[in-house]
Design a protein around this ligand. Structure first.
Ligand code: ADP
Ligand code: ADP
Length: 239
């Protein structure tokens, strides 16, 4: 059973240029799939169509048996709770602590910035701390996010995506700003999130070798079209 099905997806931001053209693919539950392609290929746009951070013009996206294009406001909130998002630049709130950033991912800000942590329940805080432990950064839980290295911040970003207990996480170039060592840590974590937690991962990458090493499957995108969809081992230079 496909968790995600994309059928004939088309997207343009402006009348004169089609960014995505007739995109079709399926993702099974628990798979780790990479989308690779040069800058400007449309990878980021494709991910953003899936949770309707951008509206698409043509085709269908079916997530968990629901047609994403038809959802009303309430259904869309529910969809977004089932789809976590991880960004290249982490998108954390710098002046909040690590654990506050994670809690924010699920429970939102609870009114003012002062004494934020006091406003969450013990159970909510325990859930956030447990995730930080799983990602190996619990020792930084009460530091401000902007005191952490890039790789550490990305682990916080992953915790924030996971705290909603999503079925799918969309990762938009999660390692593009990281050194090789931090990149390896992040990719190892994404791998274990798919294999051990059973959460489906769709990851935009531009490094082919990383995609080949970690992914169950690779989708190649170029100029808004799918040019490859298959096993890592089937991917050759000429694709
Ligand atoms: P990638 O993630 O593969 O680098 P993007 O999806 O970011 O590709 O961008 C694909 C194309 O869409 C680029 O030409 C980019 O300039 C254009 N684009 C992206 N976002 C917008 C937007 N909000 N409005 C207009 N054009 C956009
Ligand atoms: P990144 O590759 O890190 O996502 P980009 O420069 O491609 O950075 O895009 C940054 C932001 O600008 C995104 O929100 C994207 O949608 C938007 N954007 C990109 N290209 C355009 C464009 N041609 N017109 C308007 N917005 C754009």
């Amino acid at each position: 059973m496909a968790l995600l099905k994309v059928e004939g997806l088309g997207k343009s931001y402006t009348a004169d240029k089609k960014i995505l053209k007739n995109i079709s693919f399926e993702i099974k539950a628990g798979e780790l799939v990479s989308i690779i392609g040069p800058s400007g290929a449309g990878k980021s746009t494709l991910l953003r169509c899936i949770n309707r951070m951008v509206e698409f013009n043509e085709g269908k996206i079916i997530f968990n048996n629901q047609e994403v294009g038809n959802l009303n406001k309430k259904e869309l909130r529910h969809l977004r709770a089932n789809i976590g998002m991880v960004f290249q630049h982490y998108n954390l709130v710098p002046r909040l602590t690590v654990i506050e950033n994670v809690l924010h991912g699920r429970f939102g800000y609870k009114t003012t910035m002062q004494g934020l942590l006091g406003r969450y329940t013990e159970k909510e805080k325990a859930a956030a701390f447990h995730l930080l432990e799983k990602m190996g950064i619990h020792e930084h839980a009460y530091k401000r996010c902007d005191q952490l290295s890039g790789g550490q911040q990305q682990r916080v970003g992953i915790c924030r995506a996971l705290i909603q207990e999503p079925k799918l996480i969309l990762c938009d170039e999660p390692i593009a700003s990281l050194d090789p060592n931090s990149s390896k840590i992040i990719m190892d974590l994404l791998k274990s999130i798919s294999t051990e937690m059973g959460i489906t991962c769709l990851v935009n990458l531009h490094q082919v070798d990383v995609a080949q090493y970690y992914s169950d499957r690779i989708i190649g995108l170029n100029k808004g079209e799918i040019v490859f969809n298959g096993n890592s081992t089937e991917l050759h230079e000429d694709n």
